[in-house]
Design a protein around this ligand. Sequence first.
Ligand SMILES: Cc1ncc(COP(=O)(O)O)c(C=O)c1O
Length: 373
Amino acid sequence: MPIYLDNAATTRLDDEVIEAIQEQAVFSTSYGAPTELEIKMAELIKSMVPNVDLIRMVSSGTEACMSAIRVARGYTGKNKIIKFEGCYHGHADSFLVKAGSGMATLNIQTVPGVTGGVANDTLTCAYNDLEALTQLVHLYKGEIAAIIIEPVVGNMGCIIPQQGFLEGIRKLCDEQEIIFIFDEVMTGFRLSQGGAQETLKIDADLVTYGKVIGGGMPVGAFGGKKHIMECVSPLGNVYQAGTLSGNPLAMIAGYTTLSILKNNPGIYKELSDKTTYLKEGLNRVLTAANTPFVINQFGSMISVHFSNHPVNDFESAASANNELFKKYFHAMLNRGIYLPPSAFESWFLNNALTYEDLDKTILATEQALKEIL
Ligand SMILES: Cc1ncc(COP(=O)(O)O)c(C=O)c1O
């Protein structure tokens, strides 16, 4: 029995994707072996994004990021990685240090079960602070295998990289022979066909994908430059495998979704225009409510922070009035609008949302603010 929520975010999976899944399911839901479909999927991804010479399918974003880190370590022979405070790369042990998303929402500082040895190999730095990052890299000179980043962050709300930040990291990585990993689990195929790499014009060495590329099915992928990806077994010795990897239902759903995006490039402008419309409407009612606020938007990613200072890293996101956000979330839910349940999550628009839905969201915000302020 399907569950429908009576709110603006209720959308239905694209008919083409539903039909493709149904047709495929008749043959098998799992083979435990590579399939032609997986190769078609890899070729489609390669045709849409830069710097992906080789790619391997996995079953989640966590697996993709965990495997990319292993490849970077195997390739460089170095152990430590740098991640940014408030970025979330899945729940593998190495990433559960100053992570965003649920960990930030629940204010979990250290995770029982993650050994000190693993945690010590994960260094952290404030997002958008190139100077601090440069110092960290020099402090651990010769020890850092990879820098992993959400190129536009979605896991502490939407946080936008400042001019020169990603460019500076790229230069640092080249100078210090560090693998630069773009975690595009959220931004991949969302910001543009080529993801953040294309939109921001920055080359990554390795890139990870999830979510969108499965068209709603459990999936992930990691890929990148040939000389690095050739380390992965059986070409190299960095072992990685998964019985469910390249699952046929996930592959057909993803292949169909990505093909729709490839054949309809106008979707990106439509999404961005709708998000700008939402931003302008929210801006209007939040200004009228006379409460401090910041709205960050990048393409179809957007977030509202109840703050009187710019929100550009974890500290500024955490010091906003997030208790007020919780009240806003519930007041919106009571009005049938299901927002992400935390200030530490970006909102993502989809193109099934109509301008009428967005007007309802803006009106509900106006009413919600009257109730909670
Ligand atoms: C940027 C990013 N990377 C990795 C992950 C982990 O993906 P999954 O939940 O599929 O394991 C997420 C999940 O939200 C994410 O947002």
